[in-house]
Design a protein around this ligand. Structure first.
Ligand code: FAD
Length: 505
C-alpha cells in the first residue's frame, strides 16, 4: 500500500463562478502559505456561462469565511439585498405568492407557528401567513435591515441573501485568490492525459503545448464537464422529464426604481421569467422548454415583459436538468455546472458550488484517495442535488395553469421523496426537514401554500392551545410585525449607507 502523503498540487480547471469560488476558498483554507500549489486554468476564448445573479442565504457565510466585508462585496459586485422571491402566476394566472427567507412567527409550546396559523387562519384577526414573515413584509414595502442578532425582536427572524453580478463576483474572487497565492494560467485545454495504471487524470495539456500535472483536479469546466464527464466518462442522470425547460434567453435592462429587495419569477406559457435588480441594472431572463415554444417567441415574451429598456446583448443558453451520478471519481472532483444543473428558479447553483467546496474541504484527501472519503462526498452531493431538485419540481407539480406545457409537466409522476412530502403537508400541514437539507420549514410552507396545496387539517397538538389566549396573542404578533417592518430603512438607502463603508479593490 502506498504511504500516505499530503496532496501538494491542486489544479482547478475553469474560471467561472465555480472555479473562482473554489480558488478563493483554496487560497484561504488550503494554500497554507505556499505548502500547497494551487493553479487555475481558464480560457478567455471559451468564456463562462455569464449568468447567475440570484443567491440564497448561505452565501453570507461563504463571504464571511473568506473574511470579505459585506460593504466591499456590495461595492465590488453591484449587489442588492434579497429577501425572497415573488412568484407571479405559478398556481394559476393572476395569482401570486412570496417565498421569504427567514423564520415564520413564533412557535408556541413547541408547536410550529404554521400549525398554529393553520388552526386559526379563518379568524378575521389572523390574516395571511406572510404577515408573520418579517422578510415578506419588508419586501412588500421595499425596505431592508440586517437581522437583529440579540434575538429579541421579530427582526431576528429576517433572512436575506443577495442579487449580484456574477461576472464581477468572479473577478473579485480572482483578485482574492491571486493575492492568496493561486496561480492563474490562461489557455484552452486540448488533451487530458491519464495515468495508465490508475486511470486517474495525470495532466492537462493546453493548446500552446504546456503540460500541467497535478495530484487533485477540480473540474469547474462548466456544462462540458471536461474531466469528470468527457474524460472519466461519469454518466449524466437526466432529470428533464421532471424539469423540461432546456433553454434560456437573458438580457439586462435599465435600472428601475425602486430597487426591489426581492427576485421576481413570472410564469409564462412554457416556462418562466426572472427579474433581478442590481445597483446599476436589472437582470432578466426567460427559461423555457424548446419543445413548446421556439426561440423567437421566447424572446418576444421576454421583451414584452421587461419593465425597462434592454441595455445589452441577448445571451442564449442551452442546458439539461440533471447531475453526474458521481461528483468525485478517481482524483477528479467536479464542482459547479460540470457536476450538475438545476434551473435557477430558487437560485441554488451558487449554493451547490459552495456546498461542494465545503464538503470537499471537509473530506480533503491525501495521496491514497480513499474510497470512503469519495463515497461520503458523493452521498452528500447526491442528497443535496436531489433535495433541491424536489423543491424545484414542487413548483411545477402543484400548479393549475392550463397551457399544454404546464399540463404535461404536472402529469409526470413526481419523485417518491417529493410525493411523501406533499402528502404529509396536504393532510395535516406537516413538513419534516431531512438532515442537512437546504430549504427550511418556512420555505416549504410558503411554496406549498403558495402553489395552492392547502392542508385538510392541522397537527392535533395545536388543539391543546387555549383559543381565547392564542387568538389575541397572534393578532398582537401580527400588529408587531407590521410595525417593525414599517420602521425599517428603505432598501436603496440601506445600500447607499453600506456602500459608504466600502473599501474598493
Ligand atoms: P462556467 O461559467 O461555464 O465556467 C466554465 C469555465 O471553464 C470557464 O472559465 C471556461 O473558460 C473554462 N473551460 C471550459 N472548458 C475549458 C477548456 N477546454 N480549457 C480551459 N478552460 C475551459 N446560479 C445561481 O446561483 N443563481 C442564479 O440566478 C443563476 N441563474 C442562472 C441562469 C441560467 C440561464 C443558467 C444557465 C445558469 C444560472 N445559474 C445561476 C448557474 C450559474 O450560472 C452557474 O452555476 C455558475 O455560473 C457556475 O458556472 P461554472 O463556473 O460551473 O461554469
Amino acid at each position: 500500500m502506498n504511504a500516505r502523503q499530503p496532496i501538494r498540487d491542486v489544479v482547478i480547471v475553469g474560471g467561472g463562478t465555480a472555479g473562482w469560488m473554489t480558488a478563493a476558498a483554496a487560497a484561504r483554507f488550503l494554500a497554507g502559505g505556499g505548502k500547497r500549489r494551487i493553479r487555475l486554468i481558464e480560457s478567455e476564448e471559451i468564456g463562462t456561462v455569464g449568468v447567475g445573479e440570484g443567491t440564497i442565504p448561505p452565501m453570507i457565510e461563504f463571504n464571511q469565511l473568506l473574511g470579505i466585508p459585506e460593504a466591499d462585496f456590495l461595492a465590488a459586485t453591484k449587489a442588492t439585498y434579497k429577501l425572497g422571491i415573488d412568484f407571479v402566476g405559478w398556481g394559476a394566472e393572476g395569482e401570486r405568492y412570496f417565498h421569504p427567507f427567514g423564520k415564520l412567527g413564533l412557535n408556541l409550546d413547541g408547536i410550529d407557528f404554521h400549525q398554529v396559523w393553520l388552526k386559526y387562519r379563518d379568524h378575521p384577526a389572523i390574516g395571511p401567513i406572510s404577515d408573520y414573515s418579517i422578510a415578506a413584509l419588508a419586501a412588500r414595502d421595499h425596505r431592508f435591515a440586517h437581522p437583529d442578532k440579540s434575538g429579541r425582536s421579530p427582526l431576528a427572524n429576517l433572512g436575506y441573501a443577495y442579487h449580484l453580478d456574477a461576472g464581477l463576483y468572479a473577478a473579485m474572487l480572482r483578485r482574492y485568490a491571486e493575492r492568496g497565492g493561486v496561480e492563474r494560467i490562461e489557455g484552452r485545454i486540448t488533451t487530458v492525459d491519464r495515468d495508465p495504471e490508475t486511470g486517474n487524470v495525470a495532466a492537462v495539456v493546453l493548446e500552446s503545448g504546456l503540460r500541467i500535472e497535478g495530484e487533485l483536479f477540480i473540474d469547474c469546466s462548466g456544462f462540458r464537464s471536461l474531466l469528470l464527464g468527457q474524460t472519466l466518462g461519469v454518466e449524466f442522470e437526466d432529470w428533464s422529464h421532471w424539469l423540461p425547460c432546456d433553454r434560456a434567453i437573458a438580457v439586462p435592462s435599465a435600472r428601475s426604481e425602486p430597487i426591489t429587495p426581492f427576485t421576481r419569477a413570472i410564469a409564462h406559457k412554457a416556462g418562466w421569467q426572472w427579474r433581478i435588480p442590481l445597483q446599476h441594472r436589472t437582470g432578466n431572463g426567460h427559461v423555457y422548454a424548446s419543445a413548446h415554444i421556439d426561440d423567437g417567441e421566447a424572446e418576444e415574451i421576454l421583451v414584452a415583459n421587461l419593465d425597462t429598456q434592454p441595455i445589452g446583448a441577448f445571451n442564449r443558453l442551452r442546458f439539461k436538468a440533471g447531475r453526474r451520478v458521481k461528483s468525485w471519481e478517481g482524483n477528479v472532483v467536479a464542482i459547479g455546472l460540470s457536476s450538475g444543473f438545476l434551473e435557477p428558479l430558487e437560485s441554488t447553483s451558487i449554493y451547490l458550488i459552495q456546498y461542494g467546496i465545503q464538503r470537499l474541504f471537509g473530506l480533503f484527501p491525501d495521496s491514497r484517495f480513499s474510497a470512503s472519503e469519495r463515497t461520503e462526498y458523493n452521498r452528500f452531493m447526491a442528497d443535496a442535488y436531489e433535495l433541491v431538485r424536489d423543491f424545484i419540481i414542487l413548483h411545477y407539480q402543484a400548479t393549475r395553469r392550463p397551457e399544454p406545457f404546464w399540463q404535461e409537466v404536472r402529469s409526470v409522476e413526481m419523485p417518491a421523496s417529493l410525493r411523501r412530502k406533499i402528502d404529509l403537508f396536504a393532510d395535516k400541514g406537516r413538513i419534516f426537514r431531512y438532515s442537512d437539507e437546504l430549504f427550511e420549514l418556512p420555505s416549504w410552507v410558503a411554496v406549498m401554500l403558495g402553489q395552492g396545496i392547502v392542508p385538510a387539517g392541522h397537527d392535533p397538538l395545536a388543539d391543546s392551545l387555549p383559543d381565547d389566549q392564542v387568538i389575541p396573542a397572534i393578532a398582537e404578533l401580527r400588529r408587531g410585525y407590521a410595525r417593525i417592518a414599517q420602521g425599517l430603512p428603505r432598501h436603496a438607502d440601506f445600500i447607499s449607507q453600506a456602500l459608504a463603508a466600502a473599501k474598493t479593490g
